[in-house]
Design a protein around this ligand. Structure first.
Ligand code: FO1
Length: 310
């Protein structure tokens, strides 16, 4: 694979591969573009969960147990909000609060989400660029058997229990890619779609005006990694969502989402028997050990992907 590389990422799964890539590639060889469809205002603050998960992971500060927030954080401020009668179901950690306070203040003073993210990632010592997919407001809405739910209500408050009927990305067609995203994808010699949820992490990025065309026109290698291994999501509701949407909850079902604009689809060793079905979709199937538990796993998968050739 040639550089520079653009990696599209959602939360935890995306952050893991982004970390692996960042251990091999120099800061001018990798740009991580992150979903902001999950962004929401909580307690008066702008929260960007996926941007923060990627930023904290690359800074070595992430909470490995929860997958979100900062390692060793406490929740006394949220407990205090409950004392005031606030229905505080979204847990912002005490240290994490500083990130949301800073971001909100910068946005209120006219800075863009890109500028706020850039300032904080540099302050945390992260050397690789991390960019929001857009500086414009895009919000993922989950249409369920309980009605339309904002993404965080579906995911955190309702613990992904409602049955998903469809997904939409409010504002995506009016949103422009962030300036850095546009520049990075124009310069890119390869694209990696991280093993994030294709419906709620990657789809919002692809829904931003022009992004699908940018990806289609990219001359280098375009590689996607399956977040579904052995018919199960490594994390999160992807498999349950696929079943509810009437899709095949396997790596093949994910591959169908990327057919037409990906050259190589990376599947886990346990899914090697799906190779032919994937190749029938017009993509090359590449078998790898995609489960990333340790840092060595993340670097190993990243190295495998970077070693792919047309
Ligand atoms: N996920 C939860 O399941 N419960 C929480 O209380 C929660 C709080 C939270 C705070 C900050 C943050 O950046 C992320 C947080 N998340 C929480 C995770 C997040 O909502 C989701 O994992 C992502 O949006 C999905 O990628």
């Amino acid at each position: 694979m040639e550089t520079p590389v653009v990696a599209l990422a959602g939360g935890v799964g995306g952050a893991k591969l982004a970390l692996g890539l960042s251990k091999i590639l120099a800061p001018d060889e990798l740009t991580v573009v992150v979903n902001t469809g999950d962004d929401e205002e909580f307690y008066g603050l702008h929260v960007s969960p996926d941007l923060d998960t990627v930023m904290y992971t690359l800074a070595g500060l992430s909470n490995e147990e929860t997958g979100w927030g900062l390692s060793g954080d406490t929740f006394t401020a949220v407990e205090r909000l409950k004392t005031y009668g606030v229905d505080a179901w979204f847990n912002l950690g005490d240290q994490d609060l500083a990130t949301h306070l800073r971001r909100t203040e910068m946005l209120r003073h006219g800075k863009t989400l890109s500028q706020a993210t850039e300032s904080m990632r540099a302050a945390l010592g992260v050397r690789h660029p991390i960019l929001p997919m857009s500086d414009d407001r895009v919000r993922t809405v989950v249409s369920t058997d309980e009605g339309e739910l904002p993404f965080q209500v579906y995911f955190v408050k309702r613990r992904c229990e409602p049955v998903v009927r469809s997904l939409s990305f409010d504002g995506a067609t009016e949103a422009a890619p962030s300036p850095g995203f546009r520049a990075a994808i124009e310069a890119a010699r390869a694209l990696v779609i991280c093993p994030s949820n294709p419906f709620v992490s990657v789809a919002p990025i692809l829904a931003v005006t022009g992004v699908r065309d940018f990806v289609r026109e990219l001359s280098g290698l375009r590689v996607a990694v399956s977040p579904i291994v052995g018919g199960k999501a490594l994390r999160g509701p992807a498999a349950k969502m696929m079943e509810e949407l009437g899709l095949d909850a396997t790596c093949v079902g994910v591959a169908r989402e990327y057919a037409g604009f990906c050259d190589i689809f990376v599947i886990d060793e346990v899914d090697a028997h799906h190779r032919e079905e994937i190749e029938a979709l017009g993509m090359r199937a590449e078998v790898a050990d995609t489960v990333m538990e340790t840092q060595a796993d993340k670097v190993r998968l990243a190295r495998h992907i970077l070693g792919l050739k047309e």
